[in-house]
Design a binder for this molecule. Sequence first.
Ligand code: ARG
Length: 414
Amino acid sequence: MAKDRVVLAYSGGLDTSVAIGWIGEQTGAEVVTVAVDVGQGGEDLEVIRQRALDCGAVESYVADARDEFAEEYCMLDLQANGLYMDAYPLVSALSRPVIVKHLVTAARQFGGSVVAHGCTGKGNDQVRFENGITALGPDLKCLSPVRDLALTREFAISYAEKHDLPIETTKSNPFSIDQNVWGRAIETGYLEDLWNAPTKDVYSYTDDPAYPPLPDEVHIVFDKGIPVKIDGKDVTPLQAIEEMNRRAGAQGIGRIDIVEDRMVGIKSREIYEAPGAMALMAAHKELERVTMDREQARFKQRVSLRWSELVYEGQWFSPLKRSLDAFILDTQEYVSGEIRMTLHGGRAEVTGRRSDTSLYDFNLATYDAGDTFDQSHARGFIELTGLTSKLAAARDMKFGKGEAMPKLNLSQGD
Ligand code: ARG
């Protein structure tokens, strides 16, 4: 009888390299690895592919998903202005579903019945992987070697040395880092003391905003909420993010230091840097202010809040998230035009906007000649919008609760 196969999300690092052999020993299954490039940089996919085979994988699947990630995941976050807890542009949360897609594809291709990942039992990522996997493949089972098969860091080091695995065991980073083209997440180590300020070595996508180079002016053209041109040059979503990472990163834009509510109930300290994401979002938000109907924009803020929570909580493939996507995409119909922005010293400041689909009407807005706004309508408008409060205030007065009346100090002294 053919052996069962486990499909393992593989980073090429120590823990997942050891997991290949360890899963085999513990479950008797063959291991197929899957490495996905979401713009995390680092080693070549071919090097990672070969390492997996050298560590005992029977098949090693690699995918360059950078464009797919930028187009189908990061752009939706941009169109949503999706920030968890009003701050975090969902960097890691966005990358898990695209990795999941490739894991499930590989499971189908190579006949895997179990999908494994290298997450601990304490974070959000385990939830994102497993919810995603079962949403795309309800018949698949999930396995976390760290959580379920006691694969600790110390054990991984000794296992790798004992089996002479082609992976470095000495390099130790004090932080747990997850990065992709949308940004970088840094946690653990001395950052776990909330009073400790991040030191310089924490950052790599951004330079110190306190010592910026000269201001950098950038023109970004959007089409339906997607950046399509930067400084006159056509760009793909991936190129737009990369270009803005470079330029906003040089100005120290997009550093975020927050205490965050994790899904498992704990609060944790997180540092992020997302220069491109935050600069693009600043531009996109301003273009929405120019082009979006007021009521649609107000409602979209609420949708965006819920959408961000769903994405954070591993519900990317859920029915509600899909319905909210449809709303968000519908709102982008007229979010087209150009934004001029100055990047400097940690700030991305919009200085100009123009759009053929703008709702700004100069003749209605101007206080100069050419004003077409009929001010006589304002009287009745105010009369009616103030009516309910006026009626309530009159009742208050009747019952001696004259909140509406300022309390006059009439005491004359005795
Ligand atoms: N707390 C962030 C999130 O849940 C970042 C997770 C980063 N993952 C990591 N292994 N360092 O989205």
